[in-house]
Design a protein. Structure first.
Length: 415
């Protein structure tokens, strides 16, 4: 069999098994034998990125770069290094610079920062420190009280927590219409706790290869455990944990089982990991996820009330040129608007004022007429959700899960 078809077959196999180092190094050797040094160096570089101490990879790299391959010898302590050669004398420096986009550098330091521990760095997952606080969230008094009871109070009072045997483990699911600040609330909880924040969505997990989705989910939970205390936010949890009775794909059912195992701490200690989930359709979430010890607390996040709408409007207008705005009229006319709808309302009013300025050639302020015109165009996005929620509250409120939703709909005379 000629070398090129064999190399093509090995490349296809490597796409399916990217972590198979023996296969990758065997391919690199064949590439070198075929005179395809640049491709060989790329493969060896990826192997060294996974296993920097691999002797075979180091030998192949020496061969690819034109240096002598190290002779096999019994392992022995290395002598103290001599003075490093000048950059111009280093035979690998020119190759490193030329192949910087393919082969990772041998050494990378930033000032006096300590090097990360191998295997501990969260290079893929965006673990961040949240600067948002609950005081930055307008309104939502009942939601804030529930969060204080579930998470923040026990964290601030460790002695009482130990006395009452309150664990820091646990989960809470936020549900409500889209655009009402569920993600913002989760960031505010992390900021209030001084904890790290890690957001997880379906695109971070799903993979086309069998078993990789479950591994990705496990690695995301591991990243949260390493960074505890950490708020792990499961965005659109209904996509990850849809009702297994309604899922036809066996891979999605397996992924749902993996999520349950991670929440139970069967794959690791979840102490200090606070799981917050958000969904617009809690009735599509698998009931097993709401079992005690998992996402056992459910909180309704409603469209902003009048006080919250005023705060949101002021926030989105604060850096725009405005004049003679009657905020009370706008607040009264924007019932059922979500936070995202109110932001879009301000953006639309600004567009009207800017278009008028372009036509007339004279810059003018954003006025009440612009907001009133925007109110005729922008419709609240929460109403379709409220219609669906009304049916759920009437016919699918098993066990009183949606009692708070029923109370809200009755208060609004929608039920």
């Amino acid at each position: 069999m000629s070398a090129d078809p064999l190399i093509d077959s090995l490349l296809a196999a490597l796409d399916a098994r990217p972590d198979d180092l023996p296969l990758r190094l065997h391919l690199a050797g064949l590439l070198l034998d075929s005179g395809r040094s640049a491709e060989a160096i790329a493969q060896i570089g990826q192997a060294l990125a996974r296993d920097p101490g691999n002797d075979q990879a180091q030998a192949l790299m020496q061969r690819a770069l034109g240096g002598p391959a190290p002779a096999a010898a019994p392992a022995a302590p290395r002598p103290a290094p001599a003075e490093p050669p000048a950059p111009g004398d280093d035979p690998l420096a020119a190759y490193e610079q030329e192949l910087a986009d393919v082969v990772p550098p041998r050494f990378a330091r930033a000032g006096d920062e300590p090097e990360p521990v191998v295997g501990e760095a969260d290079r893929v997952y965006d673990v961040e420190a949240s600067t948002v606080r609950l005081a930055d969230v307008g309104g939502m008094t009942a939601v804030k009280e529930r969060l204080e009871l579930a998470f923040l109070g026990p964290l601030r009072n460790p002695e009482l927590r130990r006395m009452y045997g309150k664990s820091l483990r646990g989960g809470l699911m936020l549900y409500g219409p889209p655009g009402c600040g569920k993600t913002f609330l989760a960031r505010a909880v992390a900021g209030e706790m001084g904890a790290k924040f890690l957001s997880l969505s379906i695109v971070d997990v799903l993979d086309m290869w069998i078993g990789n989705s479950e591994r990705n989910l496990h690695e995301l939970f591991e990243a949260a455990r390493r960074n505890a205390p950490c708020v792990l936010f499961l965005d659109e949890v209904d996509a990850l944990g849809h009702k297994r009775s309604q899922v036809s794909s066996s891979s999605m059912r397996t992924l749902g089982n993996q999520l349950l195992a991670e929440l139970d701490g069967m794959e690791g200690n979840n102490e200090g990991v606070f799981v917050l989930a958000a969904t617009n359709t809690p009735w599509d979430v698998d009931p097993a996820l709401r079992r005690p010890g998992r996402l056992d607390r459910v909180v309704l996040v409603l469209p902003p009330d009048a006080e919250a709408r005023a705060a949101i409007l002021e926030y989105h207008l604060r850096q725009r040129p405005i004049a003679n705005i009657d905020l009370r009229k706008v607040v009264a006319a924007s019932e059922d608007f979500s936070g995202a709808d109110l932001a879009h309302l301000c953006e639309t009013a600004a567009e009207f004022a800017m278009a008028d300025s372009v036509r007339s050639g004279e810059v003018r302020m954003i006025e009440q007429r612009d907001l009133e015109r925007a109110l005729k165009e922008v419709r609240p996005s929460t109403r379709p959700w409220l219609s669906t929620a009304r049916n759920v509250a009437m016919f699918a409120n098993e066990g009183g899960v949606y009692d708070d939703l029923v109370a809200y709909l009755k208060r609004r005379k929608l039920l």
